[in-house]
Design a binder for this molecule. Structure first.
Ligand code: UGA
Length: 425
């Protein structure tokens, strides 16, 4: 099939690459010309395992990129993957999706064959009905040949391609069976249960899934607090819990909390939505509260070990929101860095992938060093905090001998090195 994908973020690029891999002809559309050029020359604009190989294989053949929405009319299916950020209060900013819908509608105003518009962006329940559909129909002159589907994506950064190709389920939210059948055809070849439902339910499934994952993580963190006082290892406890098939082991790793561009944002948006509906979502608010307290926990532990933090040199290993990515949005390292700076500590940070993004996000500050290796960050450090589970940290050992005092606190369990303390173990 001929498919256009709007938005070259993680979800958009993974979708484009996997659809090309499945044999579809894909046009990736993004207004960022640097991304477009990168894709057309076979380079990945984002750091993600497997992207480079896939771009080499498909760019210029089954995958082409452009900044121009014109090409939508030559495709049968158009998948919207633009991002939907939210304010600190959780109010979603739907301006990008609205503007994408105007461009899509305008370019479909003269199209004759049936065209399927698929919403993969995470949007609050009701957005397709109240914003996306009316905006497209208004700009395309009420073209009756357009069908709509909500098809949330459940992939994780760091394993995006694997997750896209092996989903636990495919959710298809449509009003019209013709649209749903066409989307089933797009996924032909992927083995997975398919859930057919209406668009608003599909939108809610995505919000509820991310909120539930966040809840599991905060639950483990709360159990971790209790375990720490009792001298128990929460990882051993949660292994025993997660093997119950009704619970599952995923999202039970305690630590410094959840970050990234999805779980915190979607949880905030769900709380905002509930409150606007007159509900008080007590559980969801607690999930957020527990998460926000995790950075205080590690600072308290650090203070307990080394006293006043003023002018102490603290090495931070891992500043991405999790290992294996360069993503720093809502990374739990950010509140930790801010608090250390507030207490006049000096920070020597290292991350194998995310240093540049953090430099852009936080900027150049005298007390904050961006180091080019773990050894450089650890040199003469009074303590070390491990805040992301970057796989290469597992091999560190002799590097810790460079520290002034070997006080190592893990916010994510990753070190093999034994003289360490965990936030919860
Ligand atoms: C998350 C969901 O897992 C995906 O299903 C969803 O598609 C995606 O959001 C999205 O909405 O697009 P992602 O943000 O890539 O995916 O990352 P996760 O692997 O879920 O991790 C999120 C955060 O929770 C990270 O900071 C991670 O370190 C933390 N985490 C994860 C834990 O603290 N403990 C765990 O057991 C698992």
């Amino acid at each position: 099939m001929k498919i256009s994908v709007i938005g070259a973020g993680y979800v958009g690029l993974s979708s484009s690459l996997c659809l090309a891999e499945m044999g579809h002809e894909v046009i990736q559309i993004d207004i960022d010309l640097q991304k477009v050029d990168a894709i057309n020359s076979g380079r990945s604009p984002l750091v993600e395992p497997g992207f480079d190989d896939m771009f080499c294989r498909h760019s210029g053949h089954r995958l082409k990129a452009t900044a121009d929405y014109d090409s939508i009319s030559s495709t049968e299916v158009c998948i919207i993957c633009v991002n939907t950020p939210s304010s600190q209060k959780g109010e979603p900013d739907l301006s990008r999706i609205e503007s994408a819908c105007r461009s899509i509608g305008y370019n479909l105003r003269n199209s004759h064959g049936f065209h399927l518009l698929v919403v993969k962006s995470t949007v609050p329940p009701g957005t397709t009905q109240c914003l996306i559909r009316p905006t497209v129909l208004e700009t395309c002159g009420d073209n009756p040949n357009i069908g709509f589907a909500v098809n949330p994506e459940f992939l994780r950064e760091g394993q995006a391609l694997k997750d896209f190709m092996n989903p636990d389920r495919i959710v298809i939210g449509c009003w019209d069976p013709k649209a749903a059948d066409m989307l089933v055809k797009v996924y032909n070849g992927i083995k997975s249960p398919i859930i057919r439902t209406d668009p608003m339910t599909a939108e809610m499934i995505k919000y509820a899934s991310n909120a539930f994952l966040a809840t599991k993580i905060s639950f483990s963190n709360e159990i971790g607090n209790i375990c720490k006082i009792l001298g128990l290892d929460v990882y051993e406890v949660m292994r025993g819990v997660g093997l119950d098939h009704r619970i599952s082991p995923y999202a039970l790793d305690a630590g410094i909390g959840f970050g990234g561009s999805c779980l915190p944002k979607d949880l905030r948006s769900l709380i905002y939505l509930a409150e606007n509906l007159g509900e008080n979502p007590r559980l969801l608010k607690s999930v957020e509260e527990v998460n926000n307290l995790q950075s205080d926990m590690i600072i308290k532990l650090l203070e307990k070990r080394i006293g006043d933090l003023k002018e102490k040199r603290i090495a931070i290993l891992g500043i991405a929101f999790k290992g294996g990515t360069d993503e720093v949005r809502d990374s739990r390292a950010i509140p930790v860095i801010k608090e250390l700076l507030r207490r006049n500590a000096t920070i020597a940070s290292y991350d194998p992938l995310a240093l540049n993004n953090m430099k852009i996000f936080i900027g150049n500050i005298d007390q904050l060093e961006y180091c080019s290796s773990a050894a450089e960050a650890l040199q003469d450090a009074d303590a070390c905090l491990v805040l992301a589970d970057c796989p290469i940290f597992a091999d560190l050992d002799g590097e810790f001998d460079l520290m002034r005092s070997k006080i190592i606190i893990e916010g994510r369990r990753i070190l093999e090195f034994s003289e360490k303390e965990g936030i919860y173990w």
